[in-house]
Design a protein around this ligand. Structure first.
Ligand SMILES: [Zn+2]
Length: 67
């Protein structure tokens, strides 16, 4: 019988990797709050399009539904 291996990455919920962007002096596009951490690696050419986590969530929730 083969040794049964558990997927260790999936135990205990998922933990997102956060990127420390403090040194990049990014400010939220919507509210101007300094953004120090992001769940993704920011594109240096698009730093002025970044939102803080709060605004990101609001933006997703209020996303227009027309195409
Ligand atoms: Zn914001």
């Amino acid at each position: 019988m083969a040794f049964q291996k558990f997927d260790e990455n999936r135990s205990g919920g998922f933990q997102r990797q956060m990127y420390d962007v403090t040194e990049m002096n990014i400010k939220c596009k919507d509210c101007g709050t300094p953004v120090t951490q992001l769940p993704f690696q920011p594109d240096p050419a698009r730093l002025d399009t970044i939102r803080c986590q709060d605004c990101m969530r609001k933006f997703r929730d209020s996303r227009p539904r027309r195409f």
